[in-house]
Write a protein that binds this ligand. Structure first.
Ligand code: IMP
Length: 429
């Protein structure tokens, strides 16, 4: 049985939660490999709604959850999330959650810097989640991050905090923000150590053993390809690589172990935060998509920007993300619209281009070239078989497959887990 990696194919919030939950029920291990508590999954199981940010979705299904080294981990956020789901009746402990000992930590100075910088950017702000994700990744690459394993070595921790504070306090002071003292940070981390260290281990070893034994591993991506720090709408992106290849380096497993790569895309497009969005709708249709799709960020609560399906962008995400099959979600939100538009190219000055340009100016300047399709009057909501779909809805899905050059292997027709049409089992390779 091969493994499966799931990644977002647009700007995030594609409904990964439901798909990952379904796949998690069929896997033995669920691994987070990038991002942090900027991500947000809503899982509806029976009467309970779980809002997960950091915990791999598998913990809800009694599976082993692994947080890989590619994640940036906020210890307070993790403990708060564990407390929250424990209050909902789940049990999360070192027996069902393992964390890479080399995972970099988010400290309180990271969100402080994130927010101070966003405030300083003013009009040009990125619209980050303000959770310190970017500054934490910067520290990792700059080789000054505090990692989980450092909590077991108070002397190492103390010396590393000196270096970290020299850097951060200088910056924070320059931005007119409050600075941090070493004693307080050291005391906080040493206090957290006994609660966090029992989760720490070389997870690569566990994953290697699991792989050799044929266990099914699900790699759960956060954010999405168009928010990838290399391939996304830079600089309006997150600070990690969100493409499937990251599952290997972010978990400590070879690329051949990633298995089938499933991309999640909404049947239309949404985005939170700032940055280019060629198919954005500022009109009543955009409003309608947002209302019907309940487009509010899980983490930020901000209303998402909405627009037509952008096949140029998703095709690009398919190529750079390594997506082999698409799960198309929220088709039901388009029910009853008389006419649908799909972006099939961009106009850039006199030229038509078939990809999103890399330069920020060009990204902001492109305008969509649309193909118009007839809508459907029937309902797709809750459909569980291809035969239950209106003919025009099938046409819409087929056209998307053609344009993005990837098959739709799964169709989600409501937030309910069972309202899914499965064309091909991703675990079957
Ligand atoms: P950061 O990841 O907090 O640095 O935010 C950078 C950009 O990524 C902002 O536009 C955020 O709104 C966006 N972003 C981060 N996490 C998510 C997510 O889980 N879903 C959608 N957008 C996200």
């Amino acid at each position: 049985m091969p493994n499966v990696a799931v990644i977002g194919a647009q700007w995030g919030d594609e409904g990964k939660g439901k798909v990952v939950d379904w796949l998690a029920s069929r896997a033995e291990i669920v691994v987070r490999f990038q991002g942090g508590h900027n991500a947000g999954h809503t899982l509806v199981v029976g009467n309970e709604t779980y809002k997960l940010s950091l915990l791999p979705s598998g913990v809800v299904r009694g599976k082993l959850g692994v947080i890989g080294n590619g994640v940036v981990l906020d210890p307070q956020a993790l403990l708060a999330e564990i407390a929250r789901v424990t209050a909902q009746g789940l049990s999360v402990g070192p027996d069902n959650l393992r964390i890479a000992e080399n995972v970099p930590l988010i400290l309180p100075l990271h969100p402080a810097l994130d927010r101070a910088r966003e405030a300083a950017r003013g009009e040009r702000k990125i619209g980050t989640t303000g959770r310190g994700i970017g500054p934490a990744y910067e520290d990792k690459v700059a080789r000054r991050a505090i990692r989980l394993c450092d909590l077991a070595e108070p002397e190492t921790l103390s010396a590393k905090l000196d270096e970290l504070l020299l850097h951060h306090n200088t910056l924070l002071q320059g931005l007119g923000a409050e600075t941090f003292t070493k004693d307080a940070l050291l005391a906080e981390l040493l206090d957290l150590a006994p609660r966090l260290l029992p989760f720490a281990e070389p997870v690569w070893e566990r994953l290697d053993i699991a792989r050799a034994s044929g266990a099914r591993i699900l790699f759960e991506g956060a954010q999405a390809v168009m928010l990838d720090v290399d391939h996304g709408t830079y600089p309006f992106v997150t600070s990690s690589n969100t493409v499937a290849a990251t599952a290997a380096s972010g978990a400590g497993i070879g690329p051949s172990a990633i298995g089938t790569v499933l991309g999640i895309a909404k049947a239309y497009t949404t985005r939170v935060g700032s940055g280019p969005f060629p198919t954005e709708l500022d009109d009543a249709t955009g409003q309608l998509l947002g209302d019907r799709g309940r487009e509010f960020g899980t983490v930020t609560g901000r209303r998402r920007r909405c627009g037509w399906f952008d096949a140029v962008m998703v095709r690009q995400a398919v190529k750079v993300g390594g997506i082999e099959g698409l799960a198309l979600t929220k088709l039901d939100v388009l029910d009853g619209l008389p006419e649908l538009k799909v972006c099939v190219g961009y106009r850039l000055g006199e030229r038509t281009v078939k990809h999103l340009p890399a330069a920020a100016g060009a990204q902001a300047a492109v305008t969509p070239v649309y193909e118009t399709m007839e809508g459907w009057s029937g309902s797709t909501r809750g459909a569980r078989s291809w035969a239950e779909l209106p003919a025009q809805a099938i046409k819409y899905v087929r056209r998307i497959e053609e344009l993005v050059e990837a098959p739709v292997v799964l169709l989600s027709t409501s937030p309910e887990r069972d309202d899914t049409i499965l064309m091909k089992d991703p675990f079957a390779g």
